[in-house]
Design a protein around this ligand. Structure first.
Ligand SMILES: [Zn+2]
Ligand SMILES: [Zn+2]
Length: 646
């Protein structure tokens, strides 16, 4: 074995002795920014020794990998603090999650939020003490002996499940933990963290096991980044769509129907305004709306494949014509009974099949807003974001192979129209490609992936590849929007399907008179309207554009003397087509304004004796701007100039 290795850093190669540590080849990067390194693509500790020729890249504190290293190291720091404050507490696992980390402990008494400040203070003390974090490898059997002696029975169980002969241990000061790593070099790198909450969690997620005590936290590269994050989390809490929905009188939830919203009149206005908008686009883009049954014989779901793959998520019902009320949920249960549709596609295939189709009829674009039902577990339900009942702006395009690219391009244009009009500035596109388990040949996949890619290029869309994330029956385009709280939501999808036309034996007659299979494009732009409304409410904080605002104008009277005038103004606005209402209660103006603000009414119109005398109003906008006197006609003109998407 040679005594030297060649390392490549930033495209430049040089020779160093075997065993040189990674940090020593990454000169010139201030050590506080450098938290780990990527060696031949794998993230490792800075103290790792170089044994082979390798490409070495720095992993900086504020990069996604760097943050992961910092967060996992902070989880260790928390475990160290917990064990020093609460001796006898056993440690289990402490993974990194989105935006932070958690660690599950087995303490004598479960932790509460009251324990967090004390633990955090101890963590700060340990971080400042600058304990070196060191990796050692020991034989598996030695590790088992070591952790057994410490009374760490969960760790012993974890080690027993590791097939390797050796395991790695990370120690900081006199504390240590079994861990794959990597970690920051020392605890002083951890200077921006916050413990956020506690929860119960079963060992290995199994309810038959012991209940552990989980502490959640987050950590960032800098104090500024942490503060920014905590600010957004607080804003998200204030803008929670369940809270705003209640304050604005949009919808309620009741345990009588878990996961299914009750839309109140004002919520229905938003719902319908979105549907009306999509309908206007459908007319422009050549879609036909259909309404298909909500409930089908399970036979249909056998044909579609839902019975095989999705029946645990379906609401099933016995056959009303049968004497037995039993429901067979087994693999062959589809011969009997009914199911509520979880998706519109199977019904649309029947609409397609109802007539003989020619190549000249295609593309056919069927849209439907029907209610869909999915039997989600109650633990996963969350306001409008995760529901059991929803509507989608769902459509299925039946087209010829040579029409795919144009259809996708049109859809992408529609996606941009919609998200532009709804005020989402950042829209991202991903192409999900062939998964390991797939129908059709690799060649066919390459061809259809190229069509999706070309359609995006035609729209000058820059996209990422999401490798192997397509459905088994075809590739798809996933579309994400970022909201004002910097959270990313997957909303729209455009999906190619070569499988359903086979299953439902769909055909059209080609120009030579022979039968061919059409291709189906499944697409939704808003996605679930429920979820979209939830996202929109949190994105805007409830301050909706005028066309979506349930109550557009509220007329606030200053005294009883102007009641008639207030009523007249509201009536006039209604006649002009606006959703207006007069608040003539005998209350102080300040109180009425606060209530209108809580209900997020964009236009507040104040009328007193002066306004009544010269037929004017004093306008106060929800979005800032001071009140502004104007003639009644000018108010109507201003309202009419508010944008409405075509
Ligand atoms: Zn670890
Ligand atoms: Zn579909």
């Amino acid at each position: 074995m040679s005594s030297e290795v060649t390392v490549t850093v930033g495209g430049e190669s040089r020779v160093v002795p075997v065993g040189t540590i990674v940090r020593d080849v990454l000169n010139g990067i201030p050590s506080r920014d450098l938290v780990a390194a990527r060696v031949e693509g794998k993230v490792v500790d800075l103290t790792r020794k170089l044994e082979h020729d390798a490409a070495v890249e720095p992993v900086l504190a504020d990069s996604p990998e760097g943050l992961e290293v910092i967060r996992h190291s902070t989880a260790h720091l928390m475990a160290m603090a917990v064990q020093s404050l609460y001796p006898g507490t056993q440690v289990t696992i402490g993974p990194v999650i989105e935006d932070g980390f958690f660690y599950d402990f087995a303490p004598a008494t479960p932790f509460t939020v009251e324990d967090l400040p004390k633990i955090e203070a101890k963590m700060r003390e340990l971080a400042k003490a600058d304990h070196k974090i060191q990796r050692t490898e020991i034989a598996r059997e030695d590790a088992i002996r070591k952790f057994s002696a410490m009374g760490e029975k969960y760790k012993v169980e974890i080690i027993q499940g590791i097939p390797d002969d050796h395991v790695s241990i990370y120690s900081e000061g006199d504390w240590m933990d079994l861990c794959r790593g990597p970690h920051v070099p020392s605890t002083r790198y951890l200077k921006a963290f916050k413990l956020t909450s506690v929860a119960g969690a079963y060992w290995r997620g199994d309810e038959h096991n012991a209940m552990l005590s989980r502490i959640y936290g987050t950590a960032f590269a800098t104090k500024e980044a942490l503060d920014e994050h905590l600010k957004l989390v607080e804003l998200a809490r204030q803008r929670d769509h369940r809270k705003l929905g209640r304050e604005m009188g949009l919808y309620i939830f009741d345990p009588i129907s878990p996961g299914s919203p009750f839309y109140l009149p004002k919520g229905v206005i938003i719902f319908n305004a979105l549907v009306d908008y999509m309908r206007r686009l459908y007319r422009r883009y050549g879609y036909d709306e259909v309404v298909t049954p909500l409930i089908f014989k399970n036979e249909l779901f056998n044909t579609s494949g839902h019975w095989e793959n999705f029946r645990e998520n379906m609401f099933l019902s016995p056959d009303p014509d049968s004497d037995t009320h039993a429901i067979d949920t087994g693999p062959d249960g589809w011969h009997h009974g009914y199911g509520l549709k979880p998706m519109n596609c199977p019904g649309h295939n029947f609409v397609y099949r109802a007539e003989k189709r020619s190549y000249r009829d295609l593309p056919l674009r069927f849209a439907e807003f029907s209610r869909l039902h999915r039997a989600e577990r109650s633990g996963t339900l969350h306001g409008l974001m995760r529901v059991r009942e929803m509507s989608q702006d769902d459509a299925h395009i039946f087209c010829r192979e040579d029409q795919i690219e144009d259809e996708i391009a049109l859809n992408l244009q529609m996606v941009r129209d919609v998200y532009g009009a709804l005020g989402f500035e950042r829209v991202e596109f991903k192409l999900a490609t062939m998964p390991d388990q797939h129908l059709g040949t690799e060649e066919q996949w390459q061809m259809s992936e190229a069509k999706l890619g070309n359609a995006m290029k035609r729209n000058e869309i820059v996209f990422e590849i999401n490798p192997k994330e397509g459905a088994f029956y075809g590739p798809k385009i996933e579309i994400y929007v970022s909201d004002a709280l910097k959270r990313k939501w997957q909303v729209a999808t455009i999906q190619l399907d070569y499988n359903a036309p086979e299953r439902f034996d769909l055909t059209y007659t080609n120009s030579a008179g022979a039968e061919e299979r059409p291709v189906i494009i499944h697409r939704a732009i808003l996605g679930s309207l429920e979820r979209f409304i939830g996202v929109l409410i949190e994105h805007t904080g409830g301050v909706l554009p005028l066309w979506l605002a349930p109550e557009q104008v509220r007329v606030l009277s200053l005294s009883e003397k102007v009641e008639d005038y207030a009523k007249e103004v509201a009536e006039l606005l209604k006649r002009e087509g606006f959703r207006a209402h007069a608040d003539m209660r005998n209350e102080k103006l300040g109180f009425k304004v606060r209530e209108a603000e809580l209900a997020k009414v964009p236009y507040m119109v104040v009328v007193g004796e002066r306004e009544a005398a010269d037929r004017s109003v004093s306008l106060r906008l929800l979005r800032g701007e001071k009140s502004n006197a104007m003639p009644l006609a000018a108010l109507i003109e201003k309202l009419k100039q508010e944008p409405v998407p075509a």
